[in-house]
Design a protein around this ligand. Structure first.
Ligand code: NAD
Length: 309
């Protein structure tokens, strides 16, 4: 029987701070396929996440198909806005949420993983994070700082992370990120340069696939996911409307489950996808293929106000 077998493989998933996002779903799928998984967690969320895990508050989301529980080999504080610790401003380094986290930069985490597991010890690198401080502002009102910050944290971080991880990655390994349709179609409300960041991420996926493929035998792909009410998406403010709109208008008219993104990620990361690189794979129930709405979700309610348009 053809199955996804990641036994003996090791993965690092950057962007896991609770059990509600794509990063968690991907980590879970990779573990379910047999891989050892470490995660990178944004320092301000690190204490909360490790406490929730320790206290068993996430246990309902941890069971794997084989009856065991999802365990992480490590949970590393990671702020993808900084390549090296010296790039972090003094105010960040001394902030109480960062001060005792060691070297939380991209290079710092790669170094810690190298010390813990040794060179060429990883097969999968997943970038499942994004941050744009002005995401609620229309592009036309976005400041230069907000725009560059969104692109730096949400897109450049993939380049930086891949470079820092090169000594860690085994040949044949897979690099994966998460993108969104706003890179190529207008999604009113997804502002602050986040649409630009996703466009950069997709273009960089192709170039990195070529460069890292030739130099290190790695594959680089990105998943364009449909709307999902994660913590990050909920913070933007209109995710419920997006979920209902997608559900009503997709070729497969049902809401996307994060598990479906996890499964696609496990496939892309596995040897079964050895011929696939440089790709933007839509995991969105086919929403990207539509050129005309066929239905509108129900009228806005106080709980779900229509905030875009
Ligand atoms: N939820 C959606 O509708 C949707 C759709 C398409 C693509 N995506 C993408 O999926 C990815 C994961 O997002 P999600 O929706 O699962 O939400 P999420 O909240 O689970 O994940 C985002 C993570 O990014 C982390 N993060 C923020 N700033 C960071 C920084 N500077 N350094 C390190 N980590 C940082 C957050 O702590 C969080 O853990 C993102 O790239 C997002 O753009 C989401």
């Amino acid at each position: 029987m053809l199955s996804i077998d990641m036994t003996g493989k090791r993965a690092f998933v950057a962007g896991v701070a609770d059990d509600g996002g794509f990063g968690w779903a991907i980590a879970k799928s990779l573990a379910e396929a047999g891989a050892g998984v470490s995660v990178g967690t944004w320092p301000p969320a690190h204490n909360i996440f490790t406490t929730l895990l320790r206290r068993g508050k996430l246990d309902a989301s941890r069971p794997l198909a084989n009856g065991s529980m999802l365990e992480f080999e490590g949970i590393f504080p990671l702020d993808a806005a900084y390549d090296a610790l010296t790039d972090a401003p003094e105010a960040v380094r001394t902030d109480r949420r960062y001060a005792e986290k060691g070297d939380f930069s991209i290079e710092g985490v790669a170094k810690a993983l190298l010390e813990k597991h040794g060179p060429e010890s990883f097969d999968v690198l997943v970038h499942s994070l994004a941050n744009g401080s002005e995401v609620k502002k229309p592009l036309l009102e976005t400041s230069r700082g907000g725009y560059l910050g969104a692109v730096g944290t949400s897109a450049y971080s993939l380049i930086s992370m891949l470079r820092a991880f090169l000594p860690l990655m085994r040949r044949g390994g897979s690099v994966l990120s998460l993108t969104y349709l706003a890179s190529e179609r207008v999604i009113p409300g997804y502002g602050g340069g986040m649409s630009s960041a996703k466009a950069a991420l997709e273009a960089d996926t192709r170039t990195l696939a070529y460069e890292a493929g030739r130099s290190h035998g790695l594959r680089v792909n990105t998943i364009s996911a449909g709307p999902w009410a994660s913590r990050a998406a909920s913070a933007i403010g209109f995710i419920d409307e997006m979920v209902r709109y997608a559900e009503a208008n997709t070729p497969i008219p049902e809401a996307l489950d994060a598990k479906e993104v996890g499964h696609a990620a496990a496939f892309l990361a596995s040897p079964l996808a050895s011929g696939i690189t440089g790709v933007t794979l839509y995991v969105d129930k086919g929403f990207h293929a539509m050129g005309k709405a066929v239905a509108w979700p129900e009228a806005p309610t106080p709980e779900h106000p229509k905030t875009t348009g």
